[in-house]
Design a binder for this molecule. Structure first.
Ligand code: AMP
Length: 409
């Protein structure tokens, strides 16, 4: 299957060819014809599968061929980062097509967005809260929307956006096409989909709640107080160039970033207390490889599109097991290989078990001689053999490591 087979407008095919894509990803192969045919779609696809192009390309195709008010397509995303990325993709794919794209999200001043919306826009990408704010101020009129996309619906749910989505739905015309994307399925997601999808085509690109194939997943059992030393050691000894690290709290993210910096690893932290500007700068530095480690809290990390991210680390296990799937979906994107490492303290073993339950398989436990906890009954439920994948040089002991780190603190 080739992109030409979709019969997309030459302007769109040209932009796709310039991106260097010849073969559609599985989600694109299934979703593009369905969206072009005007069908509603429910798709189970995580970030990294090419899902953005799967809805952006056929929507742009239909927009260029139809007429009407402004906007005629609306994409809702849970976070501003994802909104910015979707808009960026739409601009890239639409660079030769006559379609105007606008993006609005919270955390930045609203007036420039009101200005942008005064002009005509065909495709609007928005986060729910800001969109409602703009609608209340009559800066945007959603009555002409022909295609509505709910991206990362499971995230929306986690973040408590369902009431906001309901309010947005009430502003849309009854006659419209609806697309919904979600990395994971739950009863709530199904209930949400029934609320607004009509006879949807269901598209599933990888088995449910199963992480992408080419990600090597490893668990290190390590006491909480040794985690930061082990992480610095993994980064150094493996010569990692780019690693996204998830922490549970904002203060934890700051502390860890400080520690890594103290160890000579260029690091930035992104979380909700950072300004939009600081978050964008950190992301740009990370993408350009000016920094090695990006430490992020769950919410700040959502939807980050970083190409071929080789390493993802769960510094703490997520409280919500489905988040594991999202987090490690940041690696091995669109066919690249990746490695996802989880640092699990003894008290986090129940969280590890919940993740394994969602995955329906157990994760491999790696042994790091210098930092490992003694064989503890807490871990013995693990059937998988221990293995080490990093080429190892001499190990710093935790004591050395903490002394080395002590300089800056
Ligand atoms: P997404 O899942 O939409 O976040 O996309 C993941 C990444 O895959 C993005 O960096 C896209 O630019 C890239 N991508 C999308 N479609 C293709 C394709 N057909 N072939 C190769 N890479 C793609």
């Amino acid at each position: 299957m080739l992109f030409e087979d979709f019969g997309l407008l030459p302007a769109l095919s040209r932009a796709v060819a310039e991106k260097g894509y010849s073969t559609p990803t599985p989600i694109q192969a299934k979703a593009i014809p369905a969206v072009l045919a005007g069908r509603d779609v429910i798709a189970g696809a995580q970030t990294g599968t090419g899902k953005t192009a799967a809805f952006v390309l056929p929507i742009l195709h239909r927009l260029v061929q139809s007429s009407g008010g402004s906007p005629r397509a609306l994409v809702l995303t849970p976070t501003r980062e994802l909104a910015a990325q979707v808009a960026e993709s739409a601009r890239t794919y639409g660079r030769y097509a006559d379609a105007r794209i606008a993006v609005v999200y919270g955390g930045v001043s609203i007036n420039p967005q009101i200005e942008v919306l005064r002009r005509r826009c065909d495709l609007l990408v928005a986060t729910p809260g800001r969109l409602l704010d703009l609608a209340e101020r009559r800066a945007v009129d959603l009555r002409e929307v022909q295609t509505f996309v709910l991206d990362e619906a499971d995230r929306m749910l986690d973040m408590g956006f369902i009431p906001a989505i309901r309010r947005v739905l009430a502003l849309l015309p009854a006659q419209r096409q609806n697309l919904m994307f979600s990395a994971t399925y739950s009863d709530e997601i199904r209930a949400l989909s029934k609320r607004f999808l009509r006879d949807p085509e269901a598209i599933e690109v990888s088995a449910r709640n199963v992480t992408a194939d080419r990600i090597e997943e490893l668990v290190y059992r390590v006491p909480r107080e040794h985690k930061r030393h082990l992480l610095a050691h993994l980064i150094d000894s493996g010569s990692w160039q780019q690693v996204l690290v998830f922490t549970r709290t904002k203060s934890g993210a700051n502390r860890l970033a400080q520690h890594l910096e103290g160890r000579g690893i260029r690091t930035a932290a992104i979380h909700g207390n950072k300004s939009q500007g600081a978050r964008e700068r950190a992301l740009a530095d990370f993408k350009a490889r000016r920094i090695t480690a990006l430490v992020a809290t769950e919410i700040a990390s959502r939807g980050l599109d970083i190409k071929e991210l080789p390493h993802v680390v769960n510094f703490e296990m997520p409280n919500v097991p489905e988040d594991y799937v999202h987090r490690i979906g940041r690696t091995a994107r669109a066919g690249g290989a990746g490695c996802a490492v989880s640092l699990v303290a003894p008290e986090e073993v129940p969280l590890l078990r919940s993740v394994e339950k969602v995955l329906r398989r157990s994760l491999v436990v790696a042994i790091s001689p210098a930092f490992a906890v003694p064989q503890s009954p807490a871990y013995s439920a693990h059937p998988a053999p221990a293995r080490v994948t990093q080429p190892r040089r001499a190990y710093a002991t935790p004591r050395h490591a903490s002394r080395a780190a002590g300089g800056r603190r």
